[in-house]
Design a protein around this ligand. Structure first.
Ligand code: URA
Length: 276
């Protein structure tokens, strides 16, 4: 029998209370957030063993299904970044927003909303005050702002942290779409930005395993997309939920149907009935 690992969820305080009393439509307007898919809170260690905190932006399609953040391609890139710092398990991740942003402009509009900040800061307090975390990776400008809003009220705790404000894991795709530049150009820019932060992170974080000392090249190598560890996801989820294959996508003929639908498909390589 294979013994599986899984994320234990939120049995202990303060997380038990945080997931019991989360903000809903009162703080997150359904015009700007996909509240219908529910809040997605975190991924990683909540037992005070985390050495690095990753601050992402908002959950997307894979996260809505897996109920943990940063599990799709962005998550695998983030996992690869951790490996370059020698961290395989001792991390924790939260997002700026609990719900998926509906429209890019909405993301910028709400980052400093008092109810959103108040709840987010309770998570950051729980994870960063008197904790083993020594470095924070802020993915993208919103994450950087959100961290700054917390740091302003906790200057002492913030002051002892190394902060790496790096480009968001899917910056390259967004920048290519927005500017018309080739994806190869925006990808190289993103990886050069990540390279520039590696030394600072390595000197701020005590590694728990081998450090992958190779810098990023012009594009992601296969080993730089790292599968999500089994222990990060709820018990019993199929292994392909952690794979580097894409398995969840918003689908629909019009915006209404697309907002209401996530199509989940078992990736080709994970279909045991086809392996004859
Ligand atoms: N998924 C997340 O949970 N956060 C991000 O920032 C991107 C994808």
């Amino acid at each position: 029998m294979v013994i599986h690992e899984s994320c234990p969820g939120y049995p202990k305080e303060p997380f038990a209370s945080l997931v019991a009393g989360y903000p809903g439509e009162d703080a997150y307007a359904p015009s700007d957030f996909r509240v219908e898919w529910g809040p997605v809170f975190h991924r990683g260690r909540l037992d005070r063993s985390a050495r690095v905190l990753l601050l992402g932006q908002d959950p997307a399609a894979h996260e809505a299904i897996a109920r943990r953040i940063l599990v799709g391609e962005a998550g695998q890139r983030a996992q690869g970044l951790l490996r370059k710092v020698g961290i395989t398990s001792s991390y924790v991740m939260v997002n700026v927003y609990l719900y998926s942003v509906y429209g890019q402009a909405a993301g910028n509009r709400h980052v400093a909303d008092p109810d959103i900040v108040g709840y987010r800061n309770q998570w950051l307090d729980a994870l960063l005050v008197d904790s083993a975390v020594t470095a924070v990776v802020a993915f993208g400008q919103l994450a950087q702002r959100a961290f700054g809003l917390w740091a302003a009220v906790r200057p002492e705790a913030a002051g002892r942290l190394h902060v790496a404000a790096v480009k968001h894991p899917t910056y390259a795709e967004g920048a290519a779409r927005g500017s018309g530049q080739p994806l190869a150009v925006t990808t190289a820019r993103q990886l050069s930005d990540w390279n520039a932060h590696l030394d600072g992170l390595r000197s701020a974080v005590e590694p728990e395993g081998d450090v992958d000392a190779t810098p990023y090249g012009q594009t992601w190598s296969e080993t730089e997309l790292v599968e999500i560890p089994e222990r990060d996801l709820p018990a019993g989820v199929p292994p392909w939920w952690r794979s580097v294959e894409s398995w969840a996508v918003r689908a629909g003929a019009d915006p209404e149907e697309k907002r209401a639908t996530i199509r989940v498909a078992v990736p080709k390589g994970a279909r045991p009935w086809q392996q004859t």
